[in-house]
Design a protein around this ligand. Structure first.
Ligand code: APR
Ligand code: ZN
Ligand code: ZN
Length: 369
């Protein structure tokens, strides 16, 4: 039995309850969860933007200690410190062979087949669906080994947790996709857990101007602390006009990191002629937005970004090393630690824009900020 935050049918409140796990399949690993970040993608399931089967265990940005490994697992052993990442390339398809696991065509390979028993059930026996094939908001995660990356024992668990989504998504958008060059100019719309990592990625890449756009003064302040050079409060001014003014006609790279059609349009309006707007935020699958034809004439591009095009086992060890050297700020990203019992308030705080990242801690001694 393990405690978990479960989202049942017909409610937007998670309940804390005991769940059971089934024996490991050959390539699965059982992880004792130590920390799990709350990401806006999880919240999208609560607010209905993403529709997922219930009962559901949210959370996909977790860190913990390996407890048991399946019969075919050789890369992990009990005691290893690991982080989860929802980018689980099957390893066999053409996209995986090309080093693009975010585009993997064999996603089913890392899930249990329909005919198999579910990884976890509620105490009354209902099968639980784990969010993004991870399901991190439980004391015990059962996951395919391809969804794990080993990290050093020196990384505190609350910082390790955010590597698996906020950090790979934000830094990956800058390094792997936009490939921001020294001297480039950047705008970031939405400076939450992911957006702050776009801001600091742009700083590390040597961008000369990093314009942070948000509606929250606290988020703008946090952006400044990790490298933003200019702050635009979209609740006070016309964000597009202000970014065009500050950048002298548009930035080299404009990142949308919220997941809204209107801000994706803003990103395209903010980038300079011939340059690119990147949609990092996740919208519902049927959301649509229009593009001004004029922008195509001016050579602008719109690029979708999925999880920063990360290759987790390449990127996460690099980011840990950047943190060790003091280049990457992880401490500033986690502004609240909370026990599992407070998970609903954690999501409320995230939706209200009160936290950079809130991280659920599973060991009571580690909860204090
Ligand atoms: N203009 C500017 N900023 C906005 C606007 C807006 N119209 N609306 C919301 N924001 C800001 C919020 O104030 C907040 O700081 O966007 C930020 C979103 O941050 P989080 O809620 O922490 O979300 P995060 O976890 O960073 O995820 C952002 O990326 O991975 C995806 O699914 C995820 O779509 C989500 C996006
Ligand atoms: Zn996420
Ligand atoms: Zn694949």
């Amino acid at each position: 039995m393990a405690r978990a935050a479960v989202l049942h049918e017909g409610t937007d409140v998670l309940t804390i309850e005991e769940i059971t796990s089934s024996p490991l399949r050959p390539r699965e690993v059982r992880v004792r969860t130590k920390a799990c970040g709350l990401c806006h993608s999880d919240y999208h399931v609560i607010d209905g933007t993403l529709v997922r089967p219930r009962p559901h265990v949210l959370g996909h940005e977790a860190a913990g200690v390996v407890e048991e490994v399946g019969s075919q697992v050789t890369a992990f052993a009990p005691g290893d410190h690991v982080v989860t990442c929802l980018v689980m390339g099957c390893g066999d398809c053409k996209q995986c062979a090309q080093g693009q696991p975010t585009l993997c065509a064999g996603a089913g390979a890392t899930k249990r087949a329909e005919a198999e028993p579910p990884r976890q059930r509620t105490a009354s026996g209902q099968p639980i669906t784990p969010f993004a094939n991870v399901g991190g908001l439980t004391e015990e995660i059962v996951i395919d080994e391809r969804g794990l990356v080993v990290i050093g024992d020196d990384v505190p668990m609350h910082l390790a947790a955010i590597l698996g989504c906020a950090v790979v998504t934000g830094l990956g958008a800058v390094f792997n996709v936009a490939q921001v060059q020294p001297g480039d100019t950047v705008a970031v719309i939405g400076c939450g857990g992911v957006g702050l990592n776009v801001v600091q990625g742009a700083r590390i890449a040597g961008a000369s101007q990093i314009i942070a756009v948000d509606l929250s003064a606290a988020k703008l302040e946090a952006s400044y602390a990790v490298g933003a050079t200019d702050l635009v409060d979209g609740s006070q001014v016309d964000a597009v006009a202000e970014v065009l003014r500050l950048s002298g006609g548009g930035v080299d790279h404009a990142f949308e990191v919220i997941g809204r059609p209107a801000t994706a349009q803003q990103a395209l309006a903010m980038c300079a002629n011939g340059r690119t707007a990147y949609v990092v935020g996740v919208m519902s699958d049927d959301a649509e937005f229009t593009v001004r034809a004029e922008y195509t004439k001016r050579g602008k591009s719109l690029r979708g970004v999925q999880m920063g095009s990360t290759r987790p086992r390449v990127d996460i060890p690099r980011y840990v090393e950047m943190w060790r050297r003091g280049q990457l700020d992880l401490d500033g990203m986690v502004s609240r630690r909370l026990p599992l019992d407070e998970v609903n308030d954690g999501f409320r705080a995230m939706a209200a824009g009160e936290v950079n990242r809130a991280v659920v801690m599973f060991d009571r001694t580690e909860e204090a900020p």
